[in-house]
Design a protein. Structure first.
Length: 144
C-alpha cells in the first residue's frame, strides 16, 4: 500500500466545504502541517476530506512520476453523485466528468500540466477507457 509521505497536496488543491471547514481551491487548509505532510486533525477531518481518494495513492500501477508532490497534479475519480456537478457549460448546464486533474496553481496556468508527458499520458489512458477528464486550476475548469 502506498503512503502519502511528504505529499499533502490534497490539503491544498481541492476546495473543501463541509463540517467546520470552508477552504477554497488552491489554498492550504489551516489544519495541514505542510512541512510534515498531513492533516493535524486526521481522525476528525470533515466528510469531504474523509471521502477524497487520490488515484496515485490507491492505484499502485500508476508510475512514481504521477505522485502529486512530483507532478503537481492530483488525479481523482469523482463519485457518482457529483459527476454531473463538477463542471458547468457556459449556459450553466452540467457537463459529465469522470476524473479530475487538479493542477497546483503555483506551477501551472489552467491546462499547462497537459504539456508534461506523464500527465498527458495519464489523461490519454483515462480517456481511452471512455472516461471524461477535466482539469481544474484555482477553481476554474475545462474538459481535456
Amino acid at each position: 500500500m502506498r503512503e502519502c509521505g511528504e505529499c499533502s497536496l490534497c490539503c491544498k488543491l481541492p476546495g473543501v466545504y463541509g463540517g467546520d471547514v470552508a477552504k477554497p481551491p488552491d489554498k492550504w487548509c489551516t489544519h495541514c502541517a505542510v512541512a510534515s505532510g498531513g492533516c493535524v486533525r486526521y481522525e476528525t477531518r470533515p466528510d469531504p476530506c474523509r471521502h477524497f481518494e487520490c488515484l496515485w495513492l490507491i492505484n499502485e500501477g500508476l508510475p512514481e512520476e504521477l505522485k502529486p508532490s512530483k507532478c503537481h497534479v492530483i488525479f481523482s475519480e469523482l463519485s457518482d453523485d457529483i459527476k454531473d456537478d463538477a463542471l458547468k457549460a457556459g449556459d450553466g448546464s452540467p457537463i459529465h466528468v469522470d476524473v479530475i486533474a487538479m493542477e497546483d496553481g503555483n506551477y501551472y496556468k489552467l491546462g499547462e500540466s497537459m504539456n508534461r508527458w506523464v500527465v498527458r499520458k495519464m489523461v490519454d489512458v483515462v480517456k481511452a477507457r471512455g472516461c471524461t477528464v477535466a482539469v481544474l486550476n484555482k477553481g476554474k475548469g475545462k474538459l481535456v
